[in-house]
Design a protein around this ligand. Sequence first.
Ligand SMILES: Cc1cc2nc3c(=O)[nH]c(=O)nc-3n(C[C@H](O)[C@H](O)[C@H](O)COP(=O)(O)O)c2cc1C
Length: 181
Amino acid sequence: MSVSIAIFYGSTTGNTEMAANKIAEELGGLLTHIGDVSQTKPAELTQYDVLLLGVSTWNIGEMQDDWFDFLRKLGDLDLTGKKVGLFAMGDSYGYPDNFLDAMGELWEAIQKRGAALVGVWPAAGYQFDESQAMYDDEHFVGLGLDEDNESDQTEDRIRGWLVQVLQEIGLLDLQDLADAG
Ligand SMILES: Cc1cc2nc3c(=O)[nH]c(=O)nc-3n(C[C@H](O)[C@H](O)[C@H](O)COP(=O)(O)O)c2cc1C
């Protein structure tokens, strides 16, 4: 059975878009679609099995503009059965009390539509005081990225997260890889 994966992102200055493109590059042939939410109708989300959604936080804890507009148009969109992974850009040094807040808000909106979460990510290794994007005391609801201060870690973080997501959706079996030597 083939699994369709799509990336949708909203990006004001291009950082989340860059991360989305890196994720697309890493996924290669596993990716079915990549789109900017400013050019996307909500119903398009229902065409794919796995949705990787990228968002940034603006104006001290606020949703990125294109996502804000997109979420207002969701209507009665049903995402039951979809698997959703979230990735987010923020500035942990500049906004330590609101780091990645929009990712938490995005998950709240998507969760209500019946989607299941994949790619919960450890918050250890990030310096911040507070975030609305916490899954529990030790994890974010998705991948945290900080292109303003820790751009040198972006690629490794993306790779690590993708391995986890692919395992969770059943497309990667690490034991098989180990067995294959
Ligand atoms: C005015 C302003 C407010 C911001 N507020 C936050 C914030 O509250 N939390 C956060 O984590 N990052 C915040 N950021 C950082 C952006 O999220 C970060 O620069 C991100 O990489 C932008 O991604 P984009 O270009 O894809 O929109 C803010 C940046 C600016 C310029």
